[in-house]
Design a protein. Structure first.
Length: 76
């Protein structure tokens, strides 16, 4: 998944742990891990918060999201 790689790379670049990121977003670590592993199941408002917290670019995330969506649709 492109979105998974995107979020993990942003977090790694900031040097944040999953625990720290989850705390900053006011979610449990397990919840954050599930969103990081499958961002397509993450609420959109939280995606915006995650990308902002990690100093990412929402347009880059949306490009990755589109790649995931096209890949998913092609598997059907």
């Amino acid at each position: 998944m492109e979105t998974t790689k995107f979020l993990k790379s942003l977090r790694a670049r900031k040097g944040y742990t999953q625990e720290y990121t989850a705390d900053e977003l006011s979610v449990t670590r397990n919840t954050y891990i599930s969103y990081e592993n499958n961002p397509l199941n993450c609420p959109l408002n939280l995606i915006f918060k995650i990308v902002k917290l990690l100093d990412g670019n929402i347009e880059d995330f949306l490009i990755a999201f589109k790649q995931d969506y096209v890949s998913y649709e092609n598997k059907k």
